[in-house]
Design a protein around this ligand. Structure first.
Ligand SMILES: *Cc1c(COP(=O)(O)O)cnc(C)c1O
Length: 484
């Protein structure tokens, strides 16, 4: 490896030498309280601007990203993020506006929010939308707060339980608990779908809602969704759709038509904003008319040709994010939707499903497929056969890194042993899928012929196999200068 920048330091070398300031300057000690002033200069490496730039560019290449390699991380929708989205978000009229500017100066931004809400409403088949939440889990919280406010307004105070199937994304039970509901888990049936008998047993006058994802986190479509929604509604509960990932259903089926009362969509996932690493993200929450009065305020309204914020919403759950959400992400999502149009979005979902089934069939030769029926946009393999040879899913996931491929989501969903959850997305070519299948089948062969190689991988990454517990508990993230 090339020397790190810290070891390239040469005394007196500078990135930039600017001319001295030509106007009188206050001394630092007058501008910064003495307690905060350094007694000795920071021991920073002294390097040229070119070396500094190479340092940061090189660092940026040490991580895997969608722009450098295939990223089949199930449930995360690591698709290509079109660069035109960034160009639109960088338009001066969007980039330079200030959140405190008066409404008449930001009509374009309000129009974009309004139109994006309308597009989302059309895609999910629910009439009212907010774009305030900053992420999927934040959207779940917003949705459950709407449900809570709805029952409180009706004086129905005994509905304290939220039902969550065992396939649910971990954020679902966490959100329900955070909003103050009691979480009731129900088991899936042998086909990986909601078990109607288990659901009936869980439902009662204390049920506030059920949280579902369809397709569920096994990548399977809940065929009995209409019975599910009828049972929940008959018990007086509401039904929540976790649409964090909408990649399989756009233009094919709408949560509103499946009977859902409220849903959230991650705009950073299906609607193509780069994600992972902590954001920023954005989330749309859409709901039926009965929940609309409780939506966060302000909402964006249109009077004639003029857009405005509506703060006069007495039943609103209030504000859930500063200003109006992460606006730059809303611009990206709107660009993505406008660039694809109705037919294009429909094609996205068809291609996502096709890619997943193509890959699943190729891999089913040597890997156990957890549920054999056709999948939607993702599928789950089980590494049980390889485990019998002494090689775990964790080992195989690390081995993939040697081929420049990110690992799938592993050990989730929890009900599949040695799970590998694979989501190829529609933006990958058939050649990439073929290459990935060859790599996976090659690793399977290694588990028979050379299991130690898989067990000790990775070999080609910037750092080799780590003690993951220690790396998480005692991370060594800081460069410490040598004594001078
Ligand atoms: C990603 C995801 C979430 C959480 O979204 P965040 O933006 O990470 O908070 C929730 N549910 C499902 C099904 C997801 O895939």
């Amino acid at each position: 490896m090339e020397k790190l920048i810290y070891d390239k330091s040469t005394a007196g070398r500078r990135a930039q030498v600017l001319p001295r300031v030509g106007v009188p300057q206050k001394p630092l000690s007058e501008m910064i309280p003495a307690a905060y002033l350094r007694q000795v200069p920071a021991a920073l490496p002294e390097v040229s601007e070119l070396d500094l730039m190479r340092h940061f560019v090189r660092l940026s290449h040490l991580n895997h990203c969608i722009e450098t390699g295939f990223y089949p991380l199930g449930s995360c929708t690591m698709k290509y993020n079109p660069k035109v989205n960034d160009a639109m978000a960088a338009l001066e009229g969007f980039r330079e506006i200030h959140p405190h500017q008066p409404e008449d100066q930001v009509q374009g931004a309000l129009e974009l929010i309004y139109k994006l809400e309308q597009s989302i409403s059309a895609i999910v088949g629910l009439p009212a939308v907010t774009l305030q939440p900053a992420a999927g889990a934040h959207g779940e919280m917003t949705g459950l707060l709407l449900i809570k406010a709805y029952f409180e307004a009706k004086g129905d105070t005994k509905r304290k339980k939220v039902i969550v199937p065992d396939t649910a994304h971990g954020t679902n039970p966490a959100t329900a608990a955070m909003v103050g509901f009691e979480v009731v888990e129900i088991k899936s049936n042998e086909r990986g779908l909601v078990d109607l008998e288990a659901l009936k047993a869980a439902l009662g006058p204390d049920t506030a809602a059920i949280m579902l994802t369809n397709p569920n986190t096994l990548g399977l479509f809940e065929e009995e969704i209409m019975q599910v929604q009828q049972l929940v509604h008959a018990a007086g509960g509401l039904i929540y759709y976790d649409g964090a990932n909408l990649n399989a259903i756009m233009g094919l089926v709408r949560p509103g038509d499946m009977g859902f009362d409220v849903c959230h969509l991650n705009l950073h996932k299906t609607f193509s904003t780069p994600h992972g690493g902590g954001g920023p993200g954005a989330c749309a929450v859409a709901c039926r008319d009965i929940l609309e009065p409780f939506l966060p305020k302000p909402t964006v309204v249109k009077h004639g040709d003029t857009y405005a914020f509506d703060w006069d919403r007495p039943k609103s759950i209030g504000k859930i994010k500063g200003f109006y959400g992460n606006f730059g992400i809303l611009v990206r999502a709107y660009t993505y939707i406008a660039a694809h149009g109705r037919d294009g979005l429909c094609q996205v979902s068809r291609d996502a499903i096709l890619n997943a089934n193509y890959l699943k069939n190729k891999l089913s030769r040597n890997f156990v497929v957890a549920y054999p029926q056709n999948c939607m946009h993702e599928f789950v393999l089980s590494g049980v056969k390889q485990k019998e040879r002494g090689v775990s899913t964790a080992h195989m996931a690390k081995r993939l890194l040697d081929f420049g491929v990110h690992a799938p989501t592993v050990y989730f969903p929890l009900l599949v042993p040695e799970a590998m959850m694979i989501e190829p997305t529609e933006t990958e070519s058939m050649e990439t899928l073929d290459r990935f299948a060859d790599i996976m089948l090659g690793i399977d062969k290694e588990t028979i012929e050379d299991p130690d190689t898989v067990r000790n991988a990775p070999f080609k990454t910037p750092v080799g196999k780590l003690d993951e517990a220690m790396a998480a508990r005692k991370p060594n993230l800081r460069w410490t200068p040598s004594q001078q």
